[in-house]
Design a protein. Structure first.
Length: 135
């Protein structure tokens, strides 16, 4: 069959966005947020650069806040997602080569694998790079 170059790469990021505590500790001690990113995001960035593809960085979280209900909870969720998207965008800027077209998305959903597959279809990703837990 005909093989075409990927147009959209999806990097599923599972590390580097752990909590507000991490962000505060990083700021207090001058830790670069990129040092918390797993190797998958950097690898996906290099692949996207080499292939001329767009890179979408995606994280699916399931915090206790996801269970909250009501108008106040909706605002809190939106604020938490916006904060995580800003963190993910910072990780992307710090780890992805310049010139790569990028996007970020964070959602609170469960189960994570189902949410991730929905996002793959939504962005029409040609290739998915999963970041695993690392030490």
């Amino acid at each position: 069959g005909i093989v075409r170059k990927p147009r959209v790469l999806l990097a599923v990021v599972d590390s580097g966005l752990d909590s507000e505590v991490d962000s505060k500790v990083d700021a207090q001690f001058g830790v670069d947020a990129a040092s918390r990113a797993g190797p998958g995001l950097a690898k996906a960035g290099r692949l996207a650069a080499a292939l001329g593809a767009r890179l979408e960085a995606y994280a699916c979280r399931w915090p206790a806040l996801a269970l909250a209900r009501g108008r106040g909870a909706t605002r809190a969720k939106a604020g938490a997602i916006a904060a995580r998207e800003a963190e993910l965008a910072a990780l992307v800027r710090a780890t992805v080569p310049p010139g790569v077209r990028t996007g970020v998305a964070v959602e609170f959903s469960h189960p994570r694998d189902t949410a991730t597959l929905r996002h793959v279809r939504r962005v029409d990703a040609d290739l998915v790079v999963l970041d695993s837990h690392f030490h």
